[in-house]
Design a protein around this ligand. Structure first.
Ligand code: OAD
Ligand code: ZN
Length: 256
């Protein structure tokens, strides 16, 4: 369905009737903030590197050659300092303030939901705010690991010389907060799936825990492998910020 007036009215009525809204967000919610997604037309996995870009977040590849990840990560940390939340991030924070949104499960590591003012955010793929030495387990705060990332080709532990890795969940590692994510989504009477191709499990399996209504807003293909199309009550094929701007003309939430 296109992002038209009728779609907006339908969605506004779903939100107004809902008592417990949950969100599963992906990289598409942050592209308008300036952070590229993975599989969209300008996505990170479409770039040409010497190595397959899907290896950036592969734990076995990282163990063999951490420098490939760190080249990418240096750029990411620099970009992170510059970016601010999108309209979509701000709309979701407003929906939480109003008491309807019970939680956001995000696959993103950019902390933009927090920056927008959302309080109940589960970062299932972790984040960059803490790093850990893979050899001795020493924990590093954001400032220290950021400085080391900028200064050293491969950041190493001050105690044992082991390689330090940010607490981002790589392929081959367990996601975080899985039970809590299932709980929020299974209790929701309305779930928004936003800006995700739904190709990475277990995140892509989470919408199937929802017994309520499901709205998917995404520009581009969303895999039906884990969320069958007939489970989707409203599919909006369009830009997220445009959609939520239109929706808020009906809902009139105070966007900060
Ligand atoms: P993807 O890049 O797979 O999907 C993002 C989707 O958002 C694509 O379908 C885009 O077309 C769409 N999109 C981009 N900008 C949009 C906009 N302004 N409005 C509407 N839609 C838009 O990202 P994820 O599904 O989040 O994992 O990827 C899942 C995981 O794959 C990531 O968390 C990451 C990656 O490997 C790890 O790093 C562990
Ligand atoms: Zn160490």
């Amino acid at each position: 369905m296109k992002n038209n007036h009728e779609t907006i009215l339908k969605c506004a009525s779903m939100v107004e009737k809902a008592e417990s809204v949950a969100v599963l967000s992906g990289a598409g919610v942050s592209t308008s903030s300036g952070i590229p997604d993975f599989r969209g037309p300008n996505g990170i996995y479409r770039r040409k590197y010497d190595v397959d870009p899907e290896m950036i977040f592969d734990i076995d590849f990282f163990s063999r050659d951490p420098s490939f990840f760190y080249k990418f990560h240096r750029e990411f940390l620099e970009a992170l300092e510059e970016v601010s939340p999108s309209y979509t991030h701000k709309f979701l924070a407003a929906l939480e303030r109003e008491g309807r949104l019970k939680g956001i499960v995000t696959q993103n590591i950019d902390a933009l939901h927090h920056k927008a003012g959302s309080q109940k955010v589960l970062e299932i793929h972790g984040g960059v705010w803490k790093s850990t030495c893979l050899s001795c387990g020493k924990s590093y705060d954001y400032e220290t690991s950021r400085r080391k990332t900028m200064d050293e080709d491969i950041p190493r532990c001050e105690i044992c010389g082991g390689v330090i890795k940010p607490d981002i969940v790589f392929f081959g590692e367990n996601v975080k907060h899985l039970e809590a994510s299932r709980s929020i989504i299974s209790q929701a009477d309305l779930l928004f799936v936003l800006g995700s191709s739904l190709t990475v499990v277990p995140a892509a399996l989470l919408p199937s825990c929802c017994t309520g209504r499901i709205v998917v807003v995404n520009k581009g293909e969303v895999s039906g492998a884990y969320l069958p199309p007939d489970r989707i009550d409203l599919r909006v094929e369009g830009d997220l910020d445009e959609f939520f701007r239109g929706l808020n003309e009906k809902l009139n939430l105070t966007i900060q």
